[in-house]
Design a protein around this ligand. Structure first.
Ligand SMILES: NC(=O)c1ccc[n+]([C@@H]2O[C@H](COP(=O)([O-])OP(=O)(O)OC[C@H]3O[C@@H](n4cnc5c(N)ncnc54)[C@H](OP(=O)(O)O)[C@@H]3O)[C@@H](O)[C@H]2O)c1
Length: 345
């Protein structure tokens, strides 16, 4: 039999994002073969109460035939997956169902790609330590602003530099709402109703509007990009819920553009982090991050300012961010395989 390098992937959480990730992964199998010499098999997928598994690899046309009872960390573990993509609901107050999947995956030394923020915000340092102790890889691009590169910039593009400040427009919904209030003369409620009708604001969008989603991403970028130990309790968090028509009018008159910004400043060993509305003159690139786009500005000691602006259509963009993480894992495995034969069959 021809020797081949096999990566077995399972996806826990099969809503819009989990399904998009599965379809994109299956459509890229030829690429994984050609670039990494890896046979990537999707061996299991599950929702909250049902799922599917096939050790030989699922195909796109089989993804609708879910069987009841096939769900949970034990099911994913039994599937033989060595890479678990976690795409379930996010709850940073409890960790959500993702926490049990990640503990089971990382404690066994399997690699995890995380798309939902909850477990990582709730128990990030614990999961990070678990991954380090078992040698598992823990990647989270999909959770940390997805199509906008954040942790990748810190880990790769700015490697070796000391990060002095991070500023980010991390939440698409609030950026859209502020943009609509400024440029379409909409009141807050009207803008929110439009966003909800367009499907890019959730029916209960308090997490976005009150700044918690931005705060969650800031915690993840800080803890996983800068190796900090930030918790939600360390942040001062203000959303856009109290932005009124007279604020909009005043900013317009002064030529300022409001943005909901997550900020992190590091000085003399201390880190200060906050979420709130800031205003920018039109000469600032952040003033031009419009609609559902996101952005990050990182200031370092040696490379000055780096700005990235990201767009992308959901859920494809988030799926692609998660599969970028998969390619990081395949790259590392391919490098290891040149020195040993582990993982070959
Ligand atoms: N949508 C985006 O653009 C986007 C972007 C970045 C990050 N995210 C994050 O990605 C995650 C998924 O988003 P989504 O839009 O796909 O959500 P969704 O459509 O609500 O799907 C959530 C999925 O999780 C499943 N689930 C619930 N409890 C579970 C459990 N105990 N075990 C396994 N699966 C369970 C649900 O199964 P049932 O159907 O059986 O209930 C459903 O399949 C969320 O955490 C979200 O915050 C989303």
């Amino acid at each position: 039999m021809k020797t081949k390098n096999v990566a077995r992937v399972a996806i826990a959480g099969f809503g819009g994002v989990g399904r998009a990730t599965a379809n994109l992964l299956l459509s890229r199998r030829q690429r994984y073969r050609e670039v990494y010499g890896a046979e990537v098999r999707l061996v299991a997928v599950c929702g909250s109460r049902s799922g599917l598994a096939d050790v030989g690899g699922l195909e796109p046309e089989s993804l609708d035939a879910f069987e009841p009872g096939l769900s949970g960390p034990a099911f994913i573990e039994a599937s033989g997956a060595d890479i678990v993509i976690e795409a379930g609901p996010s709850d940073f107050r409890t960790g959500g169902p993702g926490l049990a999947y990640l503990r089971s995956t990382l404690s066994a030394g399997r690699d995890a790609i995380v798309i939902s923020k909850g477990a990582l915000v709730h128990s990030g340092p614990e999961l990070r330590a678990m991954a380090r102790s078992t040698g598992a890889t823990l990647k989270l691009s999909g959770a940390a602003a997805a199509a906008l590169p954040t942790i990748d910039l810190l880990e790769n593009s700015l490697k070796g530099c000391e990060v002095l400040e991070i500023l980010g427009i991390f939440n698409a919904t609030t950026n859209y709402l502020l943009d609509a209030m400024m440029n379409q003369n909409l009141g807050f409620e009207e803008a929110l109703a439009r966003a909800q009708a367009g499907g890019f604001a959730e029916a209960d969008s308090r997490n976005d509007i009150e700044g918690w989603d931005t705060a969650s991403k800031l915690v993840l970028i800080s803890n996983f990009g800068l190796d900090a130990d930030l918790t939600m309790d360390n942040l001062s968090v203000e959303g856009i819920q109290s932005v009124a028509a007279h604020d909009i009018e005043a900013w317009r008159k002064r030529g300022l553009v409001p943005k909901l910004v997550g900020s992190l400043v590091r000085a003399e060993g201390a880190t200060r982090a906050a979420v709130g509305v800031r205003t920018y003159p039109l000469s600032d690139p952040l003033a031009h991050v419009s609609g559902k786009n996101k952005a990050i500005r990182i200031t370092t000691d040696a490379m000055g300012e780096t700005i990235a602006i990201g767009s992308g259509t959901e859920p494809l963009a988030t799926a692609a961010a998660a599969l970028k993480d998969l390619e990081h894992i395949l790259t590392a495995r391919a490098a290891r395989a040149t020195g040993c034969s582990g993982g070959l069959e």
